[in-house]
Design a protein around this ligand. Structure first.
Ligand code: UGA
Length: 459
């Protein structure tokens, strides 16, 4: 099929590249000329494992091109809207400006019977609003096909998704004509797009627009709920002497609960979960469903509380105040295997420590280049070994493999004092303690405050 993908960020660039790898002819369209130029060269503008290879393949086969002009979409039969829906600057709601402007830009270039498919995460009711924008073109069909990919595993998630969801208006007549002349409705058009995935047995659910919109928001809200639940319990573990890592492992063995997204630590960040739970809260409040609105407010506040708790523990580990202390932060991206620093819990904590007077050095395998301009209070160092030199406290805030595998002996030789706050609960505390480290986690054993006080006298 001929397909256009509007918006080539974390979602659209991956979607365009994976569709081309399935054999479609795809044009990716974005208003950012720098991004388009880089993608056209076959290089991803951000770190995403496997994406460079797909972009290069698409370029070699000629099936994947990029453009800044909406007119490049004119021959496409299916158009995917993949633009961002960030949090509104003055409220919790999602800002739909990019979605509306992308649809309006596309309008004059839509072929007869084309299908417009939204993939961005949107509040319920958005599709009805976009139908208004598409009203001048009654022949054009609209569908909503939410995306569930995670950054860091986006290529795999797109090629082997857990499910495909199609939100369609079942009452409308088929209008799309494929190359064979056979009429196709929205469902059949999407089935043609995803034919290799359906053949491989990926389940697909066809539902109405509101359900499709809510499935995505509710899924992210549930993931965030699981994380905040275990983080709230981790505080209970600290208060009672229990170990949250063992507790969550045992809970997760019950298949009704499952162990994923039950890993206690610094909490969630990134360009999706935080803004999506706020948008979900705002939607629920607008619709008068206070239980969901209150729930989301609590999930958000527990999550942000983990950052506060980490800053407090850092002060405790420095004998009462971080002022004047040399602190090394391992990790800047919002999670491992991405260079995305949007709403990064690690950078938030690092910046708060610097605001409290600490000398903070941050290291990260991929995100340093993105971060240093935005955080003038922090010192950045790409190599972990150098970043650790002279540290009085080490904070592990993003669990890159490189930091999980850090040698306690080598790290110990670099630092001034062997004290680590493992805010992602990933280090082998016993091994680190065997090398003379004081280890502290969030809700895990290893709280060794007398040893800390010996190591760091109160200031
Ligand atoms: C999330 C969802 O997982 C995707 O399904 C969804 O498509 C995407 O948002 C989106 O809306 O576009 P993503 O933001 O890439 O994907 O990140 P996740 O892998 O879900 O991690 C989110 C945050 O939760 C990270 O900061 C991670 O460190 C944190 N997390 C995750 C925990 O703190 N504990 C856990 O047990 C799991």
């Amino acid at each position: 099929m001929k397909i256009s993908v509007i918006g080539c960020g974390y979602l659209g660039a991956v979607h365009a590249a994976t569709l081309a790898s399935m054999g479609h002819t795809v044009v990716g369209i974005d208003v950012d000329p720098g991004k388009v130029e880089q993608l056209a060269r076959g290089a991803a503008p951000f770190h995403e494992p496997g994406l460079d290879e797909l972009l290069r393949d698409g370029r070699q086969t000629g099936r994947l091109t990029f453009s800044t002009s909406a007119a490049a979409a004119k021959d496409a039969q299916v158009h995917f809207l993949c633009v961002g829906t960030p949090q509104d600057k003055t409220s919790d709601a999602a800002d739909l400006t990019f979605l509306v402007s992308a649809t309006e830009a596309l309008l004059p270039h839509l072929a007869a019977g084309a299908v417009v498919v939204g993939k961005s995460t949107v509040p319920v009711g958005t599709v009805q609003m976009l139908r208004g924008a598409l009203a001048p073109r009654p022949d054009v069909l609209l569908a909503w096909n939410p995306e569930f990919l995670r950054q860091g595993t986006a290529v795999k998630d797109s090629l082997v998704p857990d499910r495909l969801v199609y939100g369609v208006d079942g009452g409308r007549a088929a209008a799309f004509h494929s190359g064979t002349g056979a009429p196709l409705g929205e469902t059949a058009a999407l089935d043609t797009v995803y034919e290799p995935l359906l053949r491989a047995g990926i389940p697909r659910l066809v539902c109405n627009f509101a359900t499709a919109e809510l499935i995505k928001s509710a899924a992210n809200a549930y993931l965030a709920t699981k994380i905040s639940f275990i983080n709230a319990v981790s505080e209970l573990c600290d208060a009672s002497g229990a170990d949250v890592a063992e507790l969550s492992e045992a809970m997760g063995m019950d298949p009704r609960i499952g162990g994923r997204y039950l890993h206690a630590g610094l909490g969630f960040g990134g360009g999706c979960l935080p803004k999506d739970i706020r948008s979900f809260r705002a939607q629920a409040a607008d619709l008068g469903v206070t239980a969901v609105a209150d729930w989301m407010r609590l999930v958000d506040s527990v999550n942000l509380g983990q950052r506060e708790r980490t800053v407090g523990l850092a002060a405790e580990l420095c004998g009462g105040s971080v002022a004047g202390r040399s602190i090394t932060v391992l990790g800047a991206s919002f999670k491992p295997d991405t260079d995305d620093i949007r709403d990064s819990p690690a950078l938030d904590v690092a910046d708060r420590l610097a605001a409290a007077g600490a000398h903070v050095t941050v290291t990260d395998p991929k995100a340093v280049n993105h971060a240093w301009r935005r955080y003038p209070r922090l010192r950045f160092e790409a190599a972990a070994g150098r970043a650790l030199e002279g540290a009085e406290l080490v904070l592990l805030l993003t669990e890159w493999d490189e930091y999980r595998r850090l040698s306690p002996e080598a790290a110990g030789a670099a630092v001034r004092r062997r004290v680590v706050l493992d805010a992602r609960n990933v280090l082998d505390a016993a091994e680190w303690q065997a090398h003379g480290w004081v280890v502290r986690g969030l809700g895990t054993r290893g709280a060794d405050v007398p040893a800390v006080e010996r190591a760091l006298p109160r200031v």
